[in-house]
Design a protein around this ligand. Structure first.
Ligand SMILES: [Fe+2]
Ligand SMILES: [Fe+2]
Length: 164
């Protein structure tokens, strides 16, 4: 059984993952609106992955005998100045989520909650992957500097992301 404070923290983080899903779905809609369908596909897959992250927290709360409480999910931005601006936003967001995960781990360690700590370790590794994959796209976008040819090449590449 989890204590009340941990239950609240896990519920709060589930909300952050739901927000991530919402943010990336909004980015997908933005990319669709500027006809970059490969980018839109990549973001749509990412949105689904974030939903799966939220559900891991949901399931964990239940498995530990806690009570899930769903909160309001903030509205994400709907518009970005460029594909680079959107991916830079995504990168900043993942850095923020990494900070939240690290704080949860610190709290679990401090309260000697080994089960929660073990659960969170998957997310520690996942955040390394998330930051790396988003940053790789940021760097590619910087490289092509908004040239249509370069953007189309990246769009084609991102369109090949497995739907997971
Ligand atoms: Fe996530
Ligand atoms: Fe991932």
């Amino acid at each position: 059984m989890i204590d009340g404070r941990t239950q609240e923290a896990l519920n709060k983080h589930a909300n952050a993952e739901f927000y991530s899903s919402y943010l990336y779905l909004s980015m997908s809609a933005y990319f669709q609106s500027i006809n970059l369908t490969g980018f839109a596909h990549w973001m749509r897959v990412q949105a689904r992955e974030e939903l799966a992250h939220a559900m891991k927290f949901y399931d964990q709360i239940i498995e530990r005998g806690g009570r899930v409480s769903l909160q309001v999910v903030d509205a994400p931005a709907a518009q970005w100045d460029s594909p680079l601006a959107a991916f830079e936003d995504a990168y900043r967001h993942e850095q923020k989520v990494t900070g939240l995960i690290n704080q949860l781990v610190d709290d679990a360690v401090q309260s000697k909650d080994h089960a929660t700590n073990a659960f969170l370790q998957w997310f520690v590794a996942e955040q390394v992957e998330e930051e790396a994959s988003v940053d790789a796209i940021v760097q590619k976008l910087k490289l092509v500097g908004g040239s249509p040819g370069g953007l189309f090449m990246i769009d084609h590449h991102l369109g090949e992301r497995a739907s997971g």
